[in-house]
Structure formats: C-alpha cells, structure tokens
Design a protein around this ligand. Structure first.
Ligand SMILES: [Zn+2]
Length: 242
C-alpha cells in the first residue's frame, strides 16, 4: 500500500472510531433525557416496573438520536451533503455520479450505531448486566439491543423513503405532487410492499448488505415498528417539502 493510501485508511479509521464514540455517548445521554421527558421518576414511585421504563427510555433514545443526526440531510439545490450533519460534511454536485438516478442508491442517511456499541460492549463493561436492585430483574443487553435497533432502523428507513418521495432522487414534480396529495396513503403502500417483500425472502439465507437482506430487513421493520415508520415518514415528508 502506498503511503497516501495508508494515511487515508488511518484517517478514515479514526473518523469512524470517533463517530462510534460520539454515537455511544449520544445514545446514553438521550436515554437519560428520555427518562426525564417520560416522567419515569414519578412513574417508578407509583409502582411502574423498572425494566419497562428502561426499555421505554431506550426506544425514545434510539429515535432521538436518529432525528438529531438526520436534520437537514439534503438541501434543496444542486448540491448534496454527505456525512452526518452537523460537521464532517463534504459537498458535491448532484451530477458528480453521472446518472442522477444513481444518487438514489447512495445512503444519504446517517445511521447511528451508539446503541449497538453501548449494548454490545459498554453495558456489561460498566457492570449493568449484573446489577439488580432488590428483586428488580435487569433486562439483558441483547434484548435491549434488539429493541433499540428495531426503533432506530425503522426511523432511518422511514427517513430514506421520505427523502425519496420528496424529490431527493429526482422525482418529477408530477410524481411529488401525487405523493403530496396523499402521503398517508403512500406510507401505507410502502409498508404493505415491505411486508410482501419480506414474505418473498423470508425463506432465503440473506447475505449481509445484499439487496435481499435490505428487502428482508424492510419487512421486519414494517412488521415490528409500523407506527414509528409512519410517524417519522409523515413528519419528515412535511419537513423536506418546506
Ligand atoms: Zn435508564
């Protein structure tokens, strides 16, 4: 490997490492904010189960982090912003890739990984796995990871679909107007399609990151978190149209 390439690999790895770190911190902070926002202290006093409150805070935290990381992903002009805003942004022209449609194949959404780092490594490292207050049953990290991932994936998927429908991928004005007339109907159709795709692919062993894997995950997301998908899609659709 030549040294310019080595430098680039080293820089890229360190950027990735700092993103994972930022994401993990963001998730933990968002989790604590969620406890407060959802009035968990009061609810605990009135007898709510600790493990229910923990998973509820995880769900809201996963959502908050996705929204915080994906505001204004795409500007309404001839340029695209890459990378997680704010910061670390590269600007390039939309026609950089030749075929404008190919832009749609790129992932313009930032997929936070903080919940993954935290529940895979930080949780047991911090001793949370073995903590138990009284008879309180601590939710295993694998379960909490699955719950947070489900919400996070659903939100990212919905943002991606909304960006597509609002012209991120060069839809014609006519197409956009058609969607704008009935965004509720559009998201219901998308959810339906995702479920159908899932049924088609559920018996296949999917390779990571393949199209099949993506379609299979779409269906899982639609089945697990239809309400998150719907809410985020409609919110983002309105936001991106402004
Ligand atoms: Zn907590």
């Amino acid at each position: 490997m030549n040294s310019a390439l080595e430098d680039w690999v080293a820089m890229y790895s360190s950027v990735k490492a700092s993103q994972s770190y930022d994401d993990a911190i963001s998730f933990v902070v968002a989790h604590e904010i969620a406890h407060r926002a959802l009035q968990h202290y009061d609810r605990l006093q009135s007898g709510a189960a600790l493990q229910d409150l923990e998973t509820e805070a995880d769900r809201l935290a996963a959502l908050l982090v996705v929204l915080a990381r994906n505001t204004k992903v795409y500007p309404d002009d001839d340029y695209i912003l890459f990378g997680p805003p704010p910061g670390r942004i590269t600007i390039t022209r939309k026609d950089f890739f030749g075929d404008p449609e190919s832009i749609c194949l790129l992932d313009l959404n930032y997929k936070p990984s903080g919940h993954i780092s935290f529940f895979r490594y930080g949780y047991s490292f911090s001793g949370f796995d073995s903590l138990g207050k009284g008879n309180a049953m601590i939710v295993p990290s694998a379960v909490r990871l699955a719950i947070a991932s489900s919400v996070s994936d659903a939100a990212v998927w919905a943002i991606r679909e909304a960006q597509w429908d609002t012209g991120t991928c060069h839809n014609s004005n006519k197409e956009l107007q058609a969607v704008a007339q009935d965004p509720e109907g559009q998201i219901s159709r998308l959810l339906g399609e995702a479920r159908t795709e899932g049924d088609k692919h559920s018996d296949k062993t999917a390779e990571p990151d393949s199209d099949i894997q993506y379609e299979f995950r779409r269906s899982t997301i639609a089945a697990n978190e239809p309400q998150v998908v719907k809410t985020i899609y409609l919110e983002y659709f309105e936001q991106l149209r402004r």
